[in-house]
Structure formats: structure tokens, C-alpha cells
Design a binder for this molecule. Sequence first.
Ligand SMILES: [Zn+2]
Length: 235
Amino acid sequence: MQPLGAVEQHGPHLPFNTDLLIAERVATAAVERVGGELEVWLLPPLAYTKSNEHAWSSGTIWLSATTLLAVLDDIGRCVAMTPARKLVFMNGHGGNSALVGVANREIRLHHGLMTFLAHPGVPPDQGGHSPAAELGMGIHGGTEETSLMLHLAPELVDMSVATRNVPESLGANRYVRFGGTVGFGWLSDDFGPEGHIGDPTTATAELGATLFDAAVEAFCGALGEIARFDLPIAP
Ligand SMILES: [Zn+2]
């Protein structure tokens, strides 16, 4: 299993390694719980990934889409040299998801592995949950991600500079919105200079603990299904 993080701006209140830390902690906790029984091998996390929606911010360190696709394919090639027949990506950064979906098929085709994409929580712009107060658009540094960080690494969070930044105008749209049926290209500074999108002011460590436990529980269940998963060959 390969955790995927990011090193990217997360607004003024969260550290650059937010996605990396969350993905690594969920992956580690799940492997501690079910890794022995299911024979899961935990690879070191990949810190730098496709964060170019935050390219405007100094401190963001990102790989281009073509670079990350090549890196993931190389990882697949190397894993295919081992006895493992499956490769699971635990992805903490929503900006990677579409590309990892592409990589899953490339690796399947090139190296014969069965490939999977999981998240600590499905990003709200990909159909995941976000509190109603964020109009369903807490996609980056909002209530839930900030809560997770208050639970996992409170010393890295500065709530004194946390501000609500919800794109209210998009909330009125039925189709063209985060999580809507019509997607759109965006950069995080399209929504203001602070770069986060959501409402971190309502975050709590208690909510973070609940979300973390649920993420680990769900990922353990997913790993169980992945262990049993096979691709039926048509007769
Ligand atoms: Zn994040």
C-alpha cells in the first residue's frame, strides 16, 4: 500500500504537510490493525504529488501531471517485481485523484497489478461529505480537514488565523459547483488570497477524532475487500 501525501499551502491555519500527515496516519493505523492478517505491506509515503492548483503559493512543492504519472507507473513496475499482485493508493490529496485513476489503469495494463484508490475521506468535490454550513464545499482546509489536524497534530494548527472562506456564489448553482455534475478547472487562489476553501472556524479535535476513527475503520474494511477482490475473467 502506497500512501500519497502533498506538500502544499493549506490556508494560514494549517501546515504544508497536512495531506501527507493525514494519509500516513490513516494508512499506518489501518496496517497496524489488519496488516498482519491481510498481508498488507506499507510503503513509505510519497510526499510530493500533483499540487499545481496551489502553484501560486511559495512553499508548495508539486510534480506535474506527466511526472507524477511516470512516478506512479515506476512504483507499479517495482511492486510488480515482488510477490504482491495488488497495489493500493491511500491518497490524502484530492488534486491527485483523477490522475491516480488514470495511473491505476496504466499500471494494470503495463504491469498486470490489480490497482485501487482509497482516500481518508472522499473529497467533497468528488461526491464526499462536507458539512452543510460549508454548502458542501469544504474541500481544502475546511471544517473536517482542520478537525483531523486538531486531533492528529494540534501543535501544527493555528486557529487564531483560521477564517471562513466558502464560495457562496457557487453554492447557488445546481450543476456547476464543487461536487456538482459539471466540473470546472480551478486554482485555489481563484477563491481568495488565503488559499483554503471551507470553514475551519468550526473545527474541533473531537470531530477530528471521530473522523479519524471512521476513516481507519472504513479503510480496514476496504482492505479486507481488496484482499478478497479478484477480477472475473469472462468465459
Ligand atoms: Zn488537504
